[in-house]
Design a protein around this ligand. Structure first.
Ligand code: MEV
Length: 315
């Protein structure tokens, strides 16, 4: 039996613009994880059990575009196997789906690692291999993914990412002062595919306006990297809020997200923004110390957050 897991993720800077080649920064959220267990199946076939999704089916019966089935077929092809052996794969996740925390990417990465381990192929399952296979699965979730989500969940490190041909730029960087963040869930589920598709339609209709917005996000992400390397917490916070304003102009914010952003800022948080595809899901806010964390958490809950978790970003 082989067990593997992968973390959730937040986008600190640059979501959406990253799809258009601008830099972005993402970090893992290690305390919420997707876990996969792979073990031999005494019966024939590959059986997938996902209690959280009320799913229990055989790979042979799965729909063409089922994400778990695509994940398994990716492994089959990448490992050059004519057919996977008889396995039971059990998947569970603490990461809420469609909430901007990368649940789809984390589930795929966990399944890839668990199955590769169970097949004696752990040597193949480098972070890069897991990231590349997860990317193929991400295409089902949202058509034109930038590649940042699969990268951060597979490497499980904060990354500075630029979508590029022939290979993406993926850099790790020093975090001089750990960043204490609260991650608050609006409770509203939102499809990444729809949000990314809507931004594309706006960009096609108003290319000049959207290129300016994307450039603004890219500049913020590049400046934020330097601020993170220098430990300039106040500047990082201001850049987060500036990024939120651009995301609002991109039409991917929502009244619920903005209520949480405002509650955090009015309580003294250093900065706040939505994280991920937006329109719902989670927002993040930067706090200086434990006292500020307690006050901002209470304000977020009072403003309608369904859950608030704390995560600290370190090198
Ligand atoms: C989703 O976590 C981030 C987006 O920029 C989409 C992507 O990068 O693929 C909205």
């Amino acid at each position: 039996m082989t067990t593997a897991s992968a973390p959730g993720k937040i986008i600190l800077f640059g979501e959406h613009a990253v799809v258009y080649g601008r830099p972005a920064i993402a970090a893992p959220v290690s305390q919420v994880r997707a876990t996969a267990v792979a073990q031999p199946n005494p019966d024939s076939g590959v059986r997938i059990i996902a209690p959280d999704l009320s799913a229990d089916f055989l790979l042979a019966d799965a729909a063409e575009d089922d994400a778990l089935a695509v994940t398994l077929r990716q492994i089959e092809t990448a490992a050059k196997l004519s057919q996977l052996p008889d396995l039971i794969i059990t998947v569970s996740s603490q990461i809420p789906i469609a909430s901007g925390l990368g649940s789809g990417a984390a589930i795929a990465a966990a399944v890839i690692r668990a199955v590769a381990g169970q097949l004696g192929l752990a040597h193949l399952a480098t972070d890069e291999w897991v990231s590349n296979l997860t990317y193929e699965v991400e295409k089902i979730h949202h058509g034109t993914p930038s590649g940042i989500d699969n990268t951060v969940v597979a490497y499980e490190k904060p990354v500075y990412f630029v979508r590029r041909q022939p290979t993406n730029l993926i850099e790790t960087f020093a975090v001089k002062r750990p960043l204490r963040l609260l991650v608050a869930d609006t409770g509203i589920r939102s499809s990444t595919k729809i949000a990314v598709g809507d931004v594309r339609r706006h960009w096609l209709a108003n290319p000049d306006q959207f290129e300016v917005l994307f450039d603004g996000c890219g500049r913020i992400a590049a400046t934020a990297r330097t601020a993170i390397e220098m430990g300039d917490i106040a500047h990082i916070g201001r850049l987060m809020t500036a990024n939120q304003r651009l995301l609002e102009e991109m039409t991917v914010s929502s009244p619920e997200l903005e209520r949480l952003v405002m509650a955090a800022l009015q309580t003294g948080a250093l900065g706040a923004k939505l994280s991920g595809a937006g329109r719902g899901g989670n927002m993040i806010t930067l706090v200086e110390d434990e006292g500020m964390e307690t006050a901002v958490r209470a304000a977020l809950l009072a403003a309608g957050a369904k859950t608030v978790l704390t995560t600290t970003i370190k090198t």
